[in-house]
Write a protein that binds this ligand. Structure first.
Ligand code: AMP
Length: 463
C-alpha cells in the first residue's frame, strides 16, 4: 500500500497550519504522577520536530488507559451504578487518567518547544486555546477517552475533532487496528491526512516481516494468549524457518504433541489448530524440552509478593547459571510448606505442578538458534515465562540477551511491544540493541495476521 507520509507535502504546506496528530501516549503513570516507560512518547519526537520546525501549530491527541471501564467498575463497587447511568462519568473519579503528567514529560524531552496542555479535547475552550497558538507551538489535548464518542467512533465527536485543524497525521501505529474517532471517523473528514514518521517506520519493518522476511527467519513466541497470536502464526508459518515456542502457550503445544503438562493451563479452543500446525510443520516448530515448574499455590504466593514489591519498587532479577540450577529452590519464608518448591523438570510435568519458565537446556537451545542467526531476521513476541517474578525470569532474560547478540552479529531483530519491551528492560538489554521495537502489541499481531487496519487504510481514502 502506498502511504502518504509527512514528506509528501511541501514544507511550506505546514507553515502556520494547524496539524492534529494522533499519538499513543498510553504510558504507565505511578501514584506520584511519575511516568513509567516513556518509549511511546520518545518515538513520536521525529514527527513532532519535523512539524514544529516547519512552522506548524501542532495539536497532539491521545488516549490513556480505560477511564470509562474503570469508572464503571468503581461505581459498581460502591453500588452507585444507577447514579453512573444517569450522570455519566465523574471526572474526579477518573483523574488518574489525565494526560497532564505526559505533557510535562514531553516538555522535558523536547526542551526547545513550547508544550502546553488543555483539560479537554473538543469544544469552544479548546478552540480558543488553539487560536492562541503560534507557529512551532505544541498543545496536548486531554484524554480522548473521557468522551464516549471516541471509542464509539461517533460522528459528532469526529466532526468536533476534525474542526480543530487543517491537516491530520496518524503517528500511532499501536492503535491503528481500532475504528475509533481519533483514528478513523475524525481522520476521514480531512482532505489532507498523512502517516507520521513513527507509523511509517513501523509499517516498513512489519511489512518486511509479513511480506518479504529476510532469511533465515526465526520467530520466538511466548506469553499466554494463543487467541491473539494465532492469526499471525497462521500467516507467518509458511515463511518461517524456525518457530521457537515458550511461555504458557508452549504447554498447549506440548499437550497437543502428547506430552504430559501437569496443571499447566491448556487452551482447548485452539488445540486442533495447534495439532494441525504441528503435523504440517514438524521440522519448523521447536518446543521446550525442560521447564521450571512449581505449584499453583507457590505461583500465587510469588505473584502477590511481586505485586507488593512492585509497589515498593524493590524488584530484582534471579539469574540461574547454566550449570548451577539447584534441583529445588526454596523460599525461606515458606520453607515449611512443601508446596513452596521450584524445580527443573525434563520432559513430562506431573499433576500438581505447572510450567512457569523454560528450563536450562531449552534456554541453551533457543539461545544458540537465535544468536547464531547472523544475517537473517529474528522476531520476538511474548515472554518465555512468568517474567514479572524474578524467580521465573531466567528464560526471558536469556532470550533478550541472545536477541542482542544476534543484532550485534548482523541480524535484523524486531520485538513486539508491551510485555516484550518490559522483558527486554528487565534483562538490562537496551532498546538500542534491537533493530526495531514495535510500539504495538495487539496492532502488531493484527498487522502480521493480515487483518484490516482502519487507521492506516483511512489515510489513503479520498472523500
Ligand atoms: P501475553 O499477553 O499473551 O503475551 O502474555 C503475557 C503474560 O504471559 C505475562 O504476564 C506472563 O506472566 C504470562 N506467562 C508467560 N509464561 C507463563 C507461564 N508459563 N504460565 C503462566 N503465565 C505465563
Amino acid at each position: 500500500m502506498l502511504l502518504r507520509t509527512l514528506s509528501n507535502l511541501d514544507d511550506l504546506d505546514y507553515y502556520g497550519k494547524k496539524v492534529l496528530m494522533r499519538v499513543d501516549f498510553n504510558v504507565t503513570i505511578g501514584k506520584d504522577n511519575e511516568i513509567g516507560e516513556d518509549y511511546r512518547i520518545r518515538m513520536t519526537i521525529p514527527s513532532i520536530e519535523y512539524l514544529t520546525k516547519r512552522g506548524a501549530k501542532l495539536i497532539l491527541m491521545s488516549h490513556l488507559g480505560r477511564p470509562k471501564k474503570t469508572a464503571e467498575m468503581e461505581y459498581k463497587q460502591t453500588n452507585k451504578i444507577q447514579q453512573y447511568a444517569t450522570s455519566g462519568i465523574d471526572i474526579n473519579a477518573i483523574k488518574q487518567f489525565s494526560l497532564l503528567p505526559v505533557a510535562k514529560r514531553l516538555s522535558e524531552l523536547i526542551q526547545m518547544y513550547n508544550v502546553s496542555f488543555i483539560d479537554d479535547c473538543i469544544g469552544p475552550k479548546v478552540q480558543k486555546e488553539i487560536d492562541k497558538m503560534d507557529r512551532g507551538d505544541i498543545l496536548l489535548l486531554e484524554n480522548l477517552r473521557f468522551h464516549s464518542g471516541e471509542e464509539l467512533n461517533d460522528y459528532n465527536f469526529s466532526k468536533e475533532l476534525a474542526s480543530l485543524a487543517d491537516i491530520y497525521v496518524n503517528d500511532a501505529f499501536s492503535v491503528s487496528h481500532r475504528k475509533h474517532a481519533s483514528i478513523y471517523g475524525g481522520a476521514r473528514l480531512f482532505d489532507k491526512k498523512l502517516a507520521g514518521l513513527n507509523l511509517k517506520k513501523e509499517l516498513e519493518y512489519l511489512s518486511m516481516v509479513k511480506d518479504d522476511p529476510v532469511k533465515p527467519f526465526i520467530l520466538v513466541v511466548g506469553g499466554s494468549k494463543i487467541k491473539d497470536k494465532i492469526g499471525a502464526l497462521e500467516n507467518l508459518l509458511p515463511k518461517i524457518d524456525k518457530l521457537l515456542v515458550g511461555g504458557a502457550m508452549a504447554y498447549t503445544f506440548l499437550n497437543a504433541n502428547g506430552v504430559r503438562t501437569g496443571d499447566s493451563p491448556i487452551d482447548y479452543d485452539h488445540f486442533q489448530w495447534i495439532k494441525n500446525a504441528l503435523s504440517k510443520y514438524p521440522d519448523k516448530i521447536v518446543l521446550p524440552i525442560d521447564h521450571i515448574v512449581t505449584s499453583q499455590s507457590f505461583l500465587k504466593f510469588k505473584q502477590e509478593e511481586s505485586n507488593e514489591k512492585k509497589e515498593e519498587g524493590k524488584e530484582g532479577n534471579y539469574n540461574y547459571t547454566f550449570d548451577s540450577l539447584p534441583s529445588s529452590v526454596f523460599s525461606p519464608s515458606l520453607v515449611s510448606s512443601p508446596s513452596s518448591s521450584v524445580s527443573l523438570k525434563k520432559g513430562a510435568i506431573e499433576e500438581g505442578l505447572l510450567g512457569v519458565d523454560i528450563g536450562i537446556e531449552t534456554v541453551q537451545q533457543y539461545s544458540s538458534i537465535i544468536s547464531q542467526n547472523s544475517n537473517g531476521l529474528v522476531v520476538w513476541i511474548g515472554p518465555m515465562g512468568v517474567f514479572e517474578i524474578g524467580l521465573f525470569r531466567n528464560g526471558t532474560n536469556n532470550i533478550a540477551k541472545s536477541m542482542a547478540l544476534a543484532f550485534w552479529r548482523g541480524s535484523k531483530t524486531i520485538i513486539g511491544g508491551g510485555d516484550t519491551l518490559d522483558a527486554l528492560k528487565k534483562a538490562e538489554v537496551s532498546e538500542l540493541e534491537v533493530t526495531h521495537v514495535s510500539t504495538g502489541g495487539g496492532a502488531t499481531l493484527k498487522f502480521l495476521a493480515g487483518d484490516e487496519m482502519p487507521g492506516i487504510e483511512v489515510l489513503n481514502k479520498i472523500h
